[in-house]
Write a new protein. Structure first.
Length: 697
């Protein structure tokens, strides 16, 4: 199989490959610029199509002529003082300006609603999306300009509700791609300088991975045009994944290439052997990640499902540039690219087993049982942090900083029923049971009776559907509010039949959490099955995959436990994002198996004589440096997500970064070799290599 990967080592092929890849990157760059604008970050785009809140959106669209309506609320308040006559006049003037300047089709602004304490007032509007969050952002921006520019001194004016939250999120997302790319490239640049200690060499792998990233974004844009949901979280993960895996694969190939340069005078021959030996390992590693990512296509959450194909394409491109463009660039540059530490033919270090990792291998060989026990104890202690795990992060806690919609929600909650900013939407197929449903919903737990009684009913002349709203008496973004949705739905259906639907932003968040929990139960086992099959085929063993996957799961649990403890007790986050379990499992298991493959493929190669003990220790000596270097790079790229002002990004980035380091420095390079030494040749059962152990004795 290795011969398939040797094409890039041919003397003429290198120029063809460099030209072809650079042309492809330039072509993809022409559409990659539209990738960010094509991303969808509104909650409704994440929801499964059969979720009840999704059906409410569809029903309201049909009733209103095809456009979605998003509730937006402006809160006016004074601190411990009643609104003055000047305040009331200013609010009335703001309402008149909104009515005049907002586009046609906007519902409202409704008449100002005064609070019972006289210290606050609300203006409610229904903004039409017309299929684009850009339209919503434009309208919310106009509202903000109106109320902020005319507020009398001492009068707070804050825009909140689903429209305000969506606007604040979009402002954060605008700078995410460029900031993340800058941070990621800077980290990779610094790490490559430190790893290779060369002022020249860093440019070669960085150029290769940069080409893969440009093409991946171009393909990502094309996927969005085909209906694949891509949000900023998926796009951010794509960036760090391409740079992380691309650099990891480059480190593996370059390590083997440098080893062969000391053995062969011809750099083309050295590259041919490096590709023959490392190519299948890189291909197997990438295919493990790709197949694991494609398992995500079985997810119900649209944004999670969209992560699968776009990330799989990114990893495939990272693999392809590593096996084609990178070797071509290395051959064009020659040995001088490694200056000042140029690997000369016949120079010392040809076996690559000198240095600290040979010492680590010797210590593991002498005391593998004690080392394995100590490592397992450390991982078990980290797993205790799982008791702090709470995947019910609410929308109001989604930002690492403070945004206007969050302040507005707090202000509203002090003077009105907290749910006024984001009411439930109740849809009936007709008005036949309207009175009964209204009365039942008004009596439901957590519903503001006054709001439910006073809400106007809209009967669509198009579909005949009856629609009314009801505000919760609690913060609509809280966990408690989400827990109220199921009983409210049961009560509404009992009064009006199965056709009654309850939606709104709180219901959407609840449905999103339910779908995410379902995805955890379905996708995680699929990923494990795929990884086991790939490892089994690569290592031609049943025992080795079980051992390796077991250590990966243990490492994942330890990383998640450490992260949950840190988020709760150190960083003070209100909880974990519902995507954290699946995303961290996906990448820690799939990418952790990369390091398994790096180590165990070399161990199998070195154990060809039948001496597994010698083979695994030799493999650790040879691959220890490249695995830990790859781990540092991958952890660095994922930690770049923590630089973004969203809790979900920070949590995913930090857990994966810590897990990768834990895997690279402790599990893969200490625990796995120690466990393999315990069972020795049986690790290769039932392949012929397991029988070689008996023959060797």
């Amino acid at each position: 199989m290795g011969a398939v990967f040797e094409f890039a080592s041919r003397r003429r092929a290198k120029w063809v490959l460099v030209t072809a890849w650079l042309l492809a990157a330039a072509a993809a760059g022409s559409v990659a610029g539209h990738f960010q604008s094509a991303q969808r970050n509104d909650t409704t785009s994440y929801l499964p199509g059969d979720a009840e809140s999704s059906r409410v959106i569809d029903a309201i669209k049909a009733a209103g002529g095809g456009s979605e309506i998003t509730q937006t609320v402006v809160v006016f308040a004074r601190d411990a003082a009643k609104l003055s006559a000047a305040d009331v006049s200013a609010i009335a003037a703001d309402r008149a300006r909104m009515a005049a300047e907002l586009p046609g089709g906007t519902l409202g602004p409704e008449a100002p609603v005064r609070s019972r304490d006289g210290e606050a007032a609300l203006l409610g509007l229904g903004l039409r999306l017309h299929g684009s969050t850009k339209v919503l952002d434009r309208d919310v921006s106009l509202i903000k300009r109106i109320v902020h520019s005319s507020a009398p001194p001492g009068l707070a004016a804050k825009v909140t509700g689903p429209g305000g939250v969506s606007y604040d999120a979009s402002q954060v997302f605008k700078s995410i791609n460029s900031k993340l790319l800058l941070v990621t490239v800077s980290l990779v640049f610094v790490l490559l300088i430190l790893i290779y200690r060369s002022p020249i060499f860093w440019a070669i792998p960085l150029l290769s991975v940069g080409a893969a990233e440009a093409i991946a974004e171009g393909v990502g844009y094309l996927l969005t045009q085909l209906g694949v949901t891509v949000n900023s979280q998926s796009a951010g993960i794509l960036t760090v994944l391409v740079f992380g895996t691309g650099t990891d694969y480059a480190l593996l190939l370059v390590s083997r290439y440098r080893e062969e340069l000391r053995r062969h005078e011809s750099r083309h021959e050295a590259m041919r052997i490096a590709l023959r030996r490392a190519g299948p390992v890189i291909f197997a590693s990438a295919m493990t990640v790709i197949l694991a990512l494609l398992c995500v296509l079985s997810a119900e959450v649209n944004s999670t499902r969209g992560l699968g194909p776009i990330s799989a394409i990114g990893v495939a491109l990272a693999m392809l540039v590593t096996l084609t463009l990178l070797p071509a660039l290395l051959l064009v540059a020659g040995r001088r690219a490694f200056w000042p530490f140029i690997p000369r033919f016949g120079s010392s270090g040809a076996d690559e087993t000198h240095g600290p990792w040979r010492g680590v291998a010797e210590r593991v060989g002498r005391r593998h049982r004690a080392i394995a026990a100590a490592t397992i104890a450390v991982l078990a202690v980290l797993c205790i942090g799982l008791t702090s795990l709470d995947t019910n992060l609410s929308g109001s806690d989604a930002f690492t900083g403070v945004v206007e919609s969050q302040v507005g929600q707090q202000l509203l909650g002090r003077h009105f029923p907290a749910g006024e900013s984001s009411p439930l939407q109740i849809v009936l197929p007709s008005s036949a049971h309207l009175a009964a449903v209204r009365a039942a919903v008004a009596r439901a737990p957590g519903v503001s009776r006054e709001s439910a009684a006073l809400s106007a009913t809209i009967v669509s002349p198009i579909t005949g559907a009856a629609i009314f709203t009801a505000a919760l008496s609690v913060d609509p973004t809280s966990q408690y509010a989400m827990s109220l949705i199921a009983p409210i739905r049961r009560i509404a259906k009992a009064a009006g039949g199965a056709g009654v639907l309850v939606g709104g932003a709180t219901a959407q968040q609840r449905d999103l959490h339910v779908a995410a929990a379902r995805d955890d139960r379905v996708v995680v086992p699929l990923i494990l099955i795929v990884v086991m099959i790939v490892l089994g085929l690569l290592l031609r063993s049943i025992v080795a995959p079980i051992l390796l996957v077991g250590t990966v799961i243990f490492s994942y649990a330890a990383a998640l436990g450490a992260g949950a403890f840190a988020f709760s007790h150190i960083l003070g986050y209100a909880g974990e994002d519902p995507s954290l379990i699946l995303f961290s499992f996906l990448f820690l298991v799939a990418l952790g198996c990369d390091y398994n493959i790096f180590l165990m493929a070399r161990a199998r190669e070195e154990s060809a004589s039948g001496d597994t003990r010698r083979g695994v220790l030799r493999a650790l000596s040879v691959t220890g440096a490249v695995i830990t270097s790859a781990g540092i790079v991958l952890a660095g790229t994922f930690s770049a997500l923590a630089s973004l002002p969203l809790v979900a990004f920070a949590e995913v980035g930090l857990v994966i970064a810590f897990g990768v380091l834990l895997d690279a420095f402790l599990v893969r390079t200490v625990l796995v070799p120690a466990l393999v030494l315990e069972i020795e040749g049986r690790v290769w059962w039932p392949s012929a290599l397991s029988r070689g152990r008996a023959a060797a004795r």
